[in-house]
Design a protein around this ligand. Sequence first.
Ligand code: SF4
Ligand code: SF4
Length: 341
Amino acid sequence: MSMVTLGSTGICVNKNGFGALPVQRVTKEDAVYLLRKAYDGGIRFFDTARAYSDSEEKLGAAFEGMREKVFISTKTMAKDVEGFWKDLETSLSLLKTDYIDIYQFHNPSFCPKPGDGTGLYEAMLEAKAQGKIRHIGITNHRMSVAEEIIESGLYETLQFPFCYLATDREKALVQGCKEKNIGFIAMKALSGGLITNSAAAYAFEDQYDNVLPIWGVQREKELDEFLSYIACPPAMTDEIKTIIEKDQKELSGNFCRGCGYCMPCPAGIEINTCARMSLLLRRSPSANQLTERGQAMMKKIEGCLHCGACMKKCPYGLNTPKLLEENYEDYKNVLAGKTLV
Ligand code: SF4
Ligand code: SF4
């Protein structure tokens, strides 16, 4: 079993965190079943967010009466102090607990600091002093903000996308966290569904002893896969190295990572799915994307205003409107019966 300690928090768990965003999409009964099964199978770290609709409520229902046996992290997108306390009280109540193990600022566009005028960091300190939160964390998608977070030394954990398609700069974040004893929580270890070999994804994450991947789990089959890695962590074999190298070649350069940082789009386009449709069509059963809902979602690309707002926000420097057009063209061809190559 591979274990990981999340920096100065001292939280030590096996290298399988449960990302509770997808449980929004299943019934409460199914979510509670999955979460309890995850616990019974050895998972101890559960990550949710105020913004994940009823995810917190489902965690609360799953772990009522056994709160101290699990670690729970959640997040607030509050932009002011009033919103911060409102979110925290709501999360505590829905999670049926009186403390959050790691309370995180949810993808802010800047690094909250004491004295920055927002009062947000001071609110974190106050919440910690009151015992309502145990550790202060933050999540982000922006490289420059993540670098500032590490540099600031103000946070005990950083949650950032990290998978085997990571650039050297992203790998440097993991190293920076290690040097500063900041826990690194890896989101999107499957790159939002583009990585389909979870054993390869796990073997990659396992090379970094300060990284805790949180796997977004919606189906029991996916959960079973990750649970099996607790007893038998996949090793970085030559076979897995070949899979990773092939994906790195295929998925390098101008592809959309699905981070959603460019959104919302004024034309209502679901950019983080539409701009990588060609990949989704090829890397998972294409029928999943060709549904009526999928077609309506892609059709919205026709309404692109070419305002350029998405391009300015994309941390990967993508020409998003062009990427959307290319993906839409390909989608229409596949819909018309073109063979996938
Ligand atoms: S350029 Fe098009 S896709 Fe991008 S934000 Fe504007 S309307 Fe949306
Ligand atoms: S276009 Fe860029 S910002 Fe938008 S989802 Fe894709 S990678 Fe993220």
